[in-house]
Design a protein around this ligand. Sequence first.
Ligand SMILES: *Cc1c(COP(=O)(O)O)cnc(C)c1O
Length: 365
Amino acid sequence: MPLKLTRTAEKIPYYPAAGGYSLPDGVALLASNECPDPPLPEVVQAASAALVATNRYPDPSYLPLREALAEHTGVEAERIAVGNGSCDLLLALGEALLEEGTELVHAWPSFSVYPHLEAATGATAVRVPLDADHRHDLDAIADAITERTRLVIVCNPNNPTSTAVGLDALRAFVRRVPEDVVVLLDEAYVEFAEAYRPEESVALLEEHPHLVILRTFSKLYGLAGLRVGYGLCSTPELVGAVSRVRQPFSLNVAAAAAATEALRHPGATAARIAQARESRAAVAAGLRALGIEPAASEANFVWFDLPAADGDAGAAEQRVIAALREERVLVRSGGALGREGALRVTYGTPEENGRFLAALGRALA
Ligand SMILES: *Cc1c(COP(=O)(O)O)cnc(C)c1O
């Protein structure tokens, strides 16, 4: 008997997950924008210590983590929402704001989870193409807002294209958005950006009554496997809106303890940012030596178009992905993320970056 799903469920696309989870050790996993280094030993210790009390439910206020985040960001705890990864908050915001007859505006290509919001809520998504430099076209996004728009998303730096827009442009944009439209600024990679420092965009919360800045412990902090994200909100009302639609206790105690501890090591965090910047320079130089000009990365990954000698970008992409895989290097298909013939490659360790560049050179030869 075929399983009968709702029309809504049938419309929801599967998340285009990377492969590689069952591959043997020694494969360079450069497909999911994770941190190449494991969490700090103190962070692992904090998560383990939390396990001894897991006969109890978490404190649903998650106050120690929210207070640590308040200290870290300068935003009061009552305006901070925490979630089981930032995608938990993203989907909750969609559920709280969108329904049939409403619209959602976001750039494309952008984060592959955004199309889920449209399918899951019945809202109509208006996708605004990136500009020629693979950046958000903020004017076009603002122009696309109508009286039906409830949510507009800006991913900065943008996944999958790695580019960022500057703070002045962002401020001007946010001021243009009508006050009854929620602005979601997805800053999963903000710590790696050059455009502005993470402390600076927080000031935008005062510029718009309904702004949510989404951040995560999955990338810089190396906690993708534990799932912790947070939202900095203009008002506590927005925190309430996402809490309302989610299951209680959405964050587990080990994850909350690990994230709280992770914030206590700014020196180690800064070293990781420096390492990502070194990788950025090395990978860009290596690509240029192969005749490829990557997008201007402000994230922990690079985005570029492959040369397509025979004009078939999709075929060139599949050929190169297969050749890299043969050499135990996993990267992400641009076609699956909105642009055929492109690749998205996460920075790995210096050794992995070198392996990727050497394998790419052989694949293109
Ligand atoms: C990785 C990523 C996230 C983070 O998702 P988590 O659920 O926190 O792991 C959010 N937004 C974008 C654009 C991302 O690339």
